[in-house]
Design a protein around this ligand. Structure first.
Ligand SMILES: OB(O)c1ccc2cc[nH]c2c1
Length: 247
């Protein structure tokens, strides 16, 4: 997968050189290109913002640099990907919720581009122009506001890239994760068997795989009911068996 990110703070994306995502880049599973929006300005001060029409507090990101930046992303990426256009993802508090289901869908795409807004946001005409050339999704991490899109892009890129085959060494790790199948994950334990006087559930020492599986399923249902009753309510009843209903 090719990923392009445009930001006025390209160093914010440095963590994508680390850990599994960095390894995926070195192994060629992810081809990440970060672009500095200011490279697409032409004034001495490399200006990317201006005052809002209609007045109001703060500044708005100018359309010209964004237009040139996205033109560059499309031209450079198409040469590398062999044609086509990216799916443009723009993080924003006013976007659709970014969910595990969306992460799965986006992980199927060959090429994603991320536009990191700052200030009061990006001139709306940039979205209108982009929509004439590529799919555009404005996505939110949640009902809270960051100072810009970079942190959201870090989270989205990690959530998406880890689903690319080969990025997570053991694909089994992706099963029974929170949100993967509509439930939260079960509690996990490791050695020592007793820590500060606290033991672990006996069933996990039993070696009885059927009982362990049942215990884990029960814990997932119980934890989801306690922490996210909305998720439990949204579950397809066909996904629950009689034992589940007894929890
Ligand atoms: O909360 B967010 O995901 C987000 C994204 C982009 C911008 C631009 C200015 N504030 C922002 C907040």
């Amino acid at each position: 997968m090719r990923l392009d990110v445009v930001s006025i703070f390209p160093d914010y994306l440095a963590p994508l050189d680390l850990s599994l995502i960095g390894k995926a880049r070195r192994e060629g599973l992810v081809d990440l290109h970060v672009h500095d929006l200011r490279d697409f300005t032409h004034d001495r001060h490399r200006t990317v913002d201006d005052t809002p029409y209609g007045g109001g507090a703060g500044m708005v990101m100018r359309p010209e640099p964004w237009g040139e930046a996205l033109d560059h992303v499309v031209a450079a990426g198409a040469a590398a990907v062999g044609g086509g256009v990216p799916h443009l993802v723009v993080p924003g508090p006013g976007g659709r919720p970014f969910t595990q289901e969306l992460a799965r869908e986006l992980a199927q795409q060959p090429w994603l581009a991320f536009a990191c807004g700052r200030y009061e946001g990006i001139d709306e005409r940039v979205y209108d122009e982009a929509r004439e050339h590529m799919p555009v999704s404005v996505l939110s991490l949640g009902d809270y506001v960051l100072n810009g899109g970079e942190v959201a892009v870090l989270a989205m890129v990690e959530a998406i890239a880890r689903l690319i085959p080969g990025v997570i060494g053991n694909a089994e790790s992706l099963v029974e994760e929170s949100h993967e199948d509509g439930l939260l994950e079960y509690p996990v334990y490791t050695k020592p068997p007793v820590w500060r006087g606290r033991g672990i559930p006996e069933v996990l020492l039993s070696g009885h795989h059927g009982q362990i599986a049942r215990w884990r399923r029960d814990e997932r249902l119980r934890r989801t009911a306690q922490r996210r009753p909305d998720m439990l309510a949204a579950l397809d009843p066909a996904a629950l068996d009689e034992r589940d209903r007894a929890v």
